[in-house]
Write a new protein. Sequence first.
Length: 343
Amino acid sequence: MRLAVFLPNWIGDVVMATPALRALRRVAGENGQLIGVMRPYVAEVLAGTPWLDEEILYSPDAKKGDLRQSAALARLRAARPDRIVLFTNSLRTGWMAYRAGARERVGTARSLRRWLMTTKVDTGGAATIDSYLKIAYAGGGSLEPPRMELATTGEDEAAADAVWRVLGLPVNNRVVVINSGGAFGAAKHWPAEHFAAVARRLAHEENLHVLVNCGPAERDIARAIVRQAADRRVVSLADFDVPLGLTKACIRRSRLLLTTDSGPRFFGIAFGKPVVSLFGPTSPEHTVTHYELEQTLTLNLDCQPCMERTCPLGHHACMRDLSVDHVYRQVISSLRQTATSAA
């Protein structure tokens, strides 16, 4: 079977869709094709994984070149898929699937696209990872455990080797990665001084090294954490190129990930690391991961979750008042628990 799948746009959602991708791979079969239609950065997230036979990349903002929507649609039509499964909810992708000419189009009926789907999937109030599995099942997939999965490439690992060498990081499983930012907005951020205090305690009390991950827009936050931690064992990626593959490789070789509710949170889960996730404006219930090594921390204030990119009340108490002691205790508990389990 020739099967095409429109992949989500948010990085974390892409990782949460990997169990559903495994299910669709089996639908396509060994002699079939599974074609992924996605934004270019989504391909970076999935680089190294074995499920897709072909990638069709596009960007809605592209005005010329192969990333134009029209160019992607032409490639999709040329692939002649028998069935298209959509993990996206937009009218744009529903229209692209319809124009591609596939007899079967499977997805949600949201965003005025009910008439574009031949199989309409009601995901109800399911968590994101379970919603993608429901869509995959409607597309012919069989039951699949909700285990997220990623891989790295040789290039990713070589870049991480260079980071370890330049920053003098140990190779004996003694590096904790901190992920402080998120593309969603400032409301998800935990204060830099709080991260710095946790990093400093991990270095002083546990003799661990701390690597602060950052995206291109978060370099100043990462530098502030390192500066305020004031310990040579606390370093950052702020002075490196930071493609998603490097972030994946750094998290893959870490001891534990301390993170906001952002894309790299799911990298830690996909690589089987202990993860401590901090929630403010968003809810852990929406992105339940079914992962026993993740601990989610939230204050459950009356104003949570607001789902706003900046605090509408101006106080940002949901993150500001999440105390250093509380977070540090959970980090240490997760470290101890996984050390005991490994023994």
